[in-house]
Design a binder for this molecule. Structure first.
Ligand code: ADP
Length: 310
């Protein structure tokens, strides 16, 4: 069963801007899924449509098999959303915020009280339930948002950049909480800029770029492609033309600097033989670190090159 199934989803805003260009996306029940993308890629538009805050131009969205248009009440009951911005009344207590939300979902008072207690305990805020939320720390406010989103026991929880701008300690606590919720059976979709966050938490991943999905796979096979090291070589003389070396990807950064992608299976000696044969002398070499970031950049560059070539 898919927790989320999106088909050919398009969104053109009133000003004519095409923010989503026909995306397909499947998220399995129980998954911990990352939706990655740079600013302006279309993540919030997609989430807005899934949560019925934004109207799609065309295409379909199903949440646990319920179409968000023709079966909207059931679709909504399966979904919890934690938006980026703190958007509750900060003069209310955590208890009231969560209880009010239960009211919006028509949960009877007695059950609402039980759910509120469960959710606030889940996010470790039970002892702060009667504190005016304005007085809570930034991390606690985010946890109130999660408790609020969980009060109707949604099977799918979408968190839109939950750790943006929070310090490392809060981030780790949030990670742990999300892992616990997932272990208890909630399907989680996380949008994030932090690639390391996606890497350590998520089992599947999609990358959205300029309104299109450019990657949709499991994290394992995505990471396997990182088995390429990137090195930056300083050359003794400017290079008139970039040579082609079998098995390596070369990119010219400046007349005397090239970047080489070397599969881990390859021998560096082999590269140097090919460099010598091409009469290219290397003065220095440094490892260009940052694996996931690099792959992300490569994917987007490849796509742009393909577009330019078309
Ligand atoms: P992300 O969440 O990945 O940062 P968004 O979905 O917010 O991306 O935005 C995708 C693109 O759509 C951006 O170029 C943004 O400027 C544009 N956009 C978002 N909302 C509107 C709107 N209401 N009207 C016109 N363009 C919009």
């Amino acid at each position: 069963m898919n927790a989320l199934s999106i088909r050919n989803l398009r969104k053109t805003y009133a000003n004519g801007f095409e923010a989503l260009k026909g995306i397909d996306l499947d998220v399995k029940q129980g998954d911990f899924f990352a939706l990655l993308g740079a600013n302006g890629a279309g993540k919030s538009t997609a989430i807005g449509i899934i949560s019925s805050l934004v109207n799609a131009s065309s295409g379909s969205v199903k949440i646990f098999g319920h179409d968000i248009k023709s079966d909207s009440a059931l679709a909504k009951s399966c979904l919890g959303l934690v938006p980026q911005e703190i958007n509750f009344n900060q003069f209310d207590t955590a208890k009231r915020i969560v209880l009010n939300q239960a009211g919006y979902y028509g949960i009877p008072r007695k059950l609402a009280l039980q759910r509120m207690e469960t959710c606030l305990k889940q996010v470790d805020l039970w002892d702060k339930r009667d504190v005016i939320s304005r007085r809570l720390s930034g991390g606690m406010k985010r946890r109130v948002m999660i408790a609020r989103a969980m009060v109707h026991a949604p099977k799918l929880l979408i968190l839109d950049e939950p750790t943006a701008g929070v310090d490392i300690e809060i981030r780790r606590a949030m990670w742990q909480m999300m892992e616990e919720l997932n272990a208890q059976g909630t399907t989680i979709i996380l949008t994030t800029h932090y690639l390391e966050e996606a890497e350590s938490l998520c089992r599947n991943i999609a990358i959205i770029d300029q309104g299109s999905i450019i990657e949709h796979s499991d994290m394992g096979s995505f990471l396997k492609r990182l088995h390429i090291d990137h090195f930056v070589l300083d050359l003794a003389q400017p290079l008139a033309q970039l040579p082609i070396f079998q098995g390596y990807s070369l990119k010219q950064i400046s007349p005397t600097i090239i970047e080489v992608g070397i599969p881990k299976s390859h021998d560096l000696n082999d590269l140097f033989q090919q460099l010598s044969a091409a009469n290219i002398h290397v003065i220095s070499m440094k490892n260009k670190s940052n694996r996931l970031e690099q792959l992300f950049v490569d994917l987007i560059e490849n796509k742009t090159q393909q577009k330019d070539a078309a």
